[in-house]
Write a protein that binds this ligand. Structure first.
Ligand SMILES: *Cc1c(COP(=O)(O)O)cnc(C)c1O
Length: 377
């Protein structure tokens, strides 16, 4: 039986050599590599500053701090995201205010933002979900009208563009993540980008225990954190970033195959859409199971037995226990997000999958869906 994981990092001899070369220097943290990675990343994104961090979540936390979000503030964001985008708002004592999503892109629906803005609203934290950019034109207009900051969770959308401009460059700060299932990896790791020198300097200090630029090692000007990216991870980031174009092309090819194969089964599945003006970089490939009577979680179990790993990407954040307890959210509060959460299935997506693999995976998927729908009749 062939086994298909849901994700797998693409690691080459060049990646290995880069990491080993750091081991040989014996300088495993705060060496030259993280600065080199930051410079290369900023250049690639066309921004002035990049600040490497130990995870995407750490980057989002620093973005909130550097943008001055604090207790009593409200930040508008998406319920259809990985939990850390909303959590980062809570870390600084502010309140995440959710806006339901667009049924085609699964991104925050700009038409539903304005009604959530009040005098406490400080920022909009957009999440470019699955590698597809949010509709930034109306969001930017609203931000301007109400003097709100835009912060971008671009953790799933590296190299994606909206009207030709890369995600992560629209707001005061943009954050990327390099966990091993992302389009590029450093093991754990992340990067915050900005054109604002102050934001950069705050993040660069806070990630390093609040040390200011010319401080002695044991001086700590501010309440900081250890959110540093180590040298081994940075070295991996450098070689991964070098081939990001190739890696995204490969993901696009695989997504194209899936879409082509799924086209004749659009009675069963809603394949992902790419909005006009967007380029998509396919963090995951998610289909929605149309037949509401089919238990999606049972489907996942059954596919697992055939060797195919799939995942329910993503649960809606407001329905997590913690959010229900704290804010009293309930089912039905954000119906579009919930419907996507209930019906979504991420298929294996990693470099190395062939057209035949995609065909095999979709074939098995159809068999298992048919089995479940027969059982319901
Ligand atoms: C991966 C991810 C993050 C950050 O993840 P880390 O595991 O902390 O690197 C944040 N937001 C979204 C939407 C993500 O997918």
């Amino acid at each position: 039986m062939k086994a298909y994981p849901i994700a797998r990092p693409y690691l080459t001899a060049e990646d290995k050599a880069g990491v080993i070369s750091v081991l040989d220097t014996h300088q495993l943290s705060l060496g030259p590599k993280y600065r080199e990675f930051e410079k290369l990343f900023a250049k690639k994104m066309g921004v002035k500053y990049a600040c490497s961090v130990s995870s995407g979540t750490a980057g989002l936390h620093l973005a909130m701090l550097a943008c001055g979000i604090c207790v009593g503030d409200e930040v508008i964001t998406s319920p259809f995201s990985f939990v850390s985008s909303a959590n980062a708002i809570l870390y600084v004592g502010a309140k995440p205010v959710f806006v339901d999503v667009d049924p085609m892109t699964y991104n925050m629906d700009p038409a539903k933002i304005e009604e959530k803005i009040n005098e406490k609203t400080k920022a909009i934290l957009v999440v470019h979900i699955f590698g597809q950019p949010c509709d930034m034109a109306p969001i930017s207009r609203l931000a301007k009208k109400y003097k709100l900051l835009i912060i971008e969770d671009a953790c799933e959308s590296i190299a994606a563009t909206y009207r030709g401009r890369p995600t992560g460059t629209f707001g005061k700060a943009g954050v990327f993540a390099f966990y091993p299932n992302k389009q590029m990896t450093t093991g754990e790791g992340g990067m915050l980008i900005t054109n604002n020198r102050k934001v950069y300097e705050i993040c660069d200090s806070l990630k390093n225990q609040g040390r200011a630029k010319n401080d002695q090692w044991l001086d700590h000007r501010d309440l900081g954190y250890n959110y540093r990216l180590d040298e081994l991870s940075a070295a991996l980031g450098i070689t991964q970033l070098k081939k990001i174009g190739f890696m995204i092309d490969q993901r696009r090819k695989i997504a194209g195959w899936y879409k082509e194969i799924l086209e004749s089964h659009n009675d069963m599945f809603q394949a992902p859409n790419t909005a006009v003006g967007n380029t998509h970089t396919w963090f995951v490939f998610v289909v929605l199971i149309k037949d509401k009577k089919i238990g999606r979680n049972l489907l996942i179990e059954n596919l697992k037995k055939t060797g195919i790993a799939t995942k329910p990407y993503l649960p809606s954040i407001h329905l997590f226990d913690f959010y229900r307890r704290r804010f009293g959210y309930k089912k039905g509060d954000f119906p579009i997000s919930e419907r996507i959460s209930d019906r979504s299935l991420a298929l294996p997506m990693y470099i190395g999958l062939t057209y035949d693999d995609c065909k095999y995976i979709v074939g098995k998927l159809i068999i298992e869906v048919n089995k479940l729908s027969k059982r319901n009749k």
